[in-house]
Design a protein around this ligand. Structure first.
Ligand code: PMV
Length: 328
């Protein structure tokens, strides 16, 4: 059977950075994210006993050794669990730039977990899929669900309580994201290596972990009351704390370029003039603006006319993973 699944990317408002267990990919902190309608990955998986090795086609091109190895390691987990012995062919298409801080690993591993587990004959619940996707990429655990999602760091050593859960469905609150793409290049240091470096070298790491639960509590309260100012202020605080942690690692990691910084100033300037808009930035140079529907045109136009911005994507909140194809 060739199974095709689709998963949407997500952007964290309260960020995840740091692992309590690197082998099981267990986060040191929880997180809260928005699943994005307009950014998605379609992934097809087929196991076949005639395949000699696992192969990965990413956006129509055969992927390199490093990427294929990462996928193969993930498929091994599914093979161990299902008894499926065959190698697989994986075809994955993103409708947005890969590995540039646009959460391609989130939608990628969520879609892969759904398609590969079903193709291997497993029938997993959403929670089990979230635990499985987490083993591929921490943020992928959140992309299993739509709308507004919380990831639990969990306490258990085996990671069975480290999964995501939906907080609110996509239609709970019409939040909008505008993503200003400032570079389509791959990021210089991936999140796994970056998190290890921060944990091992940053004097701010303990402060980050210790101060994090208050952001989760504050964000949940803002969401419950649809308090957009509260949501925005905590988002910027969590984002800047994460980047301060990365900057204070040794060697320091600076994910921004000059356009990223100009974007931050621009959004704060728009805010000073009375239109509420806030930013968040992941491990890459893209600026993500969070606003309400009435501010979309103004923010989109302003970001689009900033020198260095290549494109501005607009999205609403989107759904969780779905299986969209089953062929023999
Ligand atoms: O899931 P990973 O390993 O790609 O880590 C994601 C880390 C950030 O995107 C920077 C923050 C987050 O919570 O999504």
């Amino acid at each position: 059977m060739k199974i095709t699944a689709v998963a949407h990317s997500n952007i964290a408002l309260v960020k995840y950075w740091g692992k309590r267990d690197a082998r099981l990919n267990l986060p040191a902190v929880g997180s809260i994210s928005l699943t994005l309608d307009a950014l998605h990955t379609h992934t097809s998986v087929q196991f076949d006993e005639t395949f000699k090795s696992d192969t990965l086609f990413l956006n129509g091109k055969e992927a390199g050794e490093k990427e294929t190895k990462r996928i193969s390691g993930f498929l091994d987990l599914i093979r161990a669990r299902s008894g499926q012995k065959s190698k697989a062919q994986v075809e994955s298409e993103n409708n947005f730039p890969t590995a540039a801080g646009l959460a391609s690993s989130a939608s990628g591993f969520a879609a892969l977990a759904a398609a590969a587990s079903k193709a291997a004959g497993l029938s997993l619940s959403d929670r089990e899929l979230s635990v499985l996707a987490r083993l591929g990429s921490g943020s992928a655990a959140r992309s299993v669900f739509g709308g507004i999602v919380e990831m639990h760091k969990g306490q258990k050593a085996d990671g069975s309580d480290s999964f995501a859960e939906p907080l609110y469905p996509p239609d709970y609150w019409d939040l909008r994201l505008l993503i200003a793409v400032t570079s389509e290049a791959k990021k210089s240091i991936g999140s796994t290596d970056g998190m290890t470096l921060s944990k091992n070298t940053s004097p701010y790491y303990k402060a980050w972990v210790d101060s994090h639960p208050a952001d989760l509590v504050g964000m949940k309260k803002a969401l419950e009351h649809k308090d957009f100012t509260g949501l925005g202020e905590i988002s910027e605080f969590s984002c800047l704390k994460m980047h301060a942690l990365a900057l204070a690692s040794n060697p320091g990691m600076l994910y921004w370029n000059e356009t990223t910084l100009a974007g931050i100033h621009l959004l704060r300037e728009i805010r000073r003039h009375g239109t509420e808009v806030y930013f968040t930035i992941d491990a890459g140079p893209q600026v993500k603006a969070i606003c309400l529907p009435e501010a979309v045109n103004k923010v989109k136009e302003a970001l689009g006319s900033l020198a260095g911005v290549k494109q501005v994507m607009h999205t609403k909140l989107g759904p969780g993973i779905r299986i969209i194809g089953e062929e023999n």
